[in-house]
Design a protein around this ligand. Structure first.
Ligand code: FRU
Length: 326
């Protein structure tokens, strides 16, 4: 017997800060608007693995039907995810992974490929020779280790390319600037920065401006999100030379969740595609995004019209019933 209504999904989000994670949630809500029978509850761990473990256990205690987890750091969040999984609660890992194979499905980009793509692009841009500074995301996030691994693998194919400095960020510009300033001053041979996301890449550009380096140093980021001050905008303005597209995957996570809940066939690995966005294709992508935005507005207008019609119909039914009984 398939259960058709009343699903409860718990979403343990490592952080709600920043437009990329807001877009992840917006994507989930867009998809959920077609499934009013599904309830989504979100808990924000504020980039704190301890808190995230507690929140996952809270969801398990509440008896949610399915968990979606975007882990802050892989290792510390693993035990709580494994516990949930072993109790029979399906778990979807979204964007970042735990350190275990005990999960039901993964939805997100291939971060090793993201790093490899960045290396390939840089080798072309630098004509196979040059010195690079790498800005890493939070240590312990799977996206950091996988992007780093893919980048190192990609560069290993080009002996003329060297990472001469690394700076560790926290996916934001909060702590980045002082350390980056020192590293760039100590390494005047750097002509390229690979930043694990566009936000830190934007911060790197500001540091380069302060040091008068914007002509010499080029910056590649990751995410290529739409919106003012985001990756697509930064590429269009020439702040970033390129950005590797990395989708937040909210819609796909909900679609996968519904397949699992309805006992339909699903894939364990749901890898979202990536492309390089640079000056050659950024306008096309911006136009596509604009089109999608207006189409989404149309869908929302249609949904509210439908809702109004349903209400009118429901009140006419009441009148009709009343007329029939009197
Ligand atoms: C947002 C973010 C993105 C990045 C992803 C990696 O929190 O830092 O910028 O691509 O997480 O997990």
């Amino acid at each position: 017997q398939k259960k058709t209504a009343g699903y409860r999904i718990g979403f343990s989000q490592c952080s709600m800060a920043g437009p990329w994670r807001k877009e992840m949630l917006a994507g989930m809500e867009r998809e959920l608007s077609f499934h009013p029978e599904v309830q989504l509850q979100v808990l924000d761990a504020h980039d704190d693995s301890q808190k995230q473990q507690e929140q996952i256990r809270e969801f398990v205690q509440q008896g949610v039907d399915l968990l979606i987890v975007s882990p802050y750091e892989s290792e510390p969040v693993t035990p709580a995810v494994e516990e949930a999984y072993r109790r029979g609660i399906p778990v979807i890992l979204l964007d970042r992974r735990t350190a275990s194979q005990q999960y039901t499905a993964y939805v997100g980009g291939n971060n090793v490929e993201v790093g490899q793509t960045a290396a390939r692009y840089i080798s072309r841009l630098l004509k196979q020779r040059g010195n690079i500074l790498e800005i890493l995301g939070t240590p312990g996030s799977s996206a950091t280790s996988e992007r780093h691994l893919g980048f190192a693998q990609g560069l290993a194919l080009h002996p003329g390319l060297h990472v001469v400095a690394q700076v560790t960020g926290d996916w934001t510009v909060r702590t980045l600037k002082p350390e980056l300033t020192k590293a760039l001053q100590a390494h005047p041979e750097v002509t390229m920065i690979f930043s694990h996301n566009d936000g830190m890449g934007h911060g790197a550009y500001e540091v380069c401006q302060e040091l008068g380096l914007t002509k010499r140093v080029r910056i590649i980021g990751v995410d290529a999100q739409a919106g003012p001050g985001e990756g697509l905008d930064l590429v269009q303005r020439g702040v970033l030379d390129a950005s590797i597209l990395y989708s937040p995957g909210g819609e796909e996570a909900i679609r996968t969740a519904l397949k699992i809940l309805r006992k339909a066939p699903f894939n364990k690995e749901n890898i979202l595609g990536t492309i390089v966005v640079d000056s050659t294709n950024v306008l096309t992508l911006l136009q596509q995004n604009e089109k999608m935005r207006t189409q989404q507005q149309d869908i929302e207008r249609q949904q509210s019209l439908l809702h109004r019609l349903q209400q009118t119909y429901a009140s006419q039914q009441v009148v009709l019933n009343w007329l029939l009984v009197t």
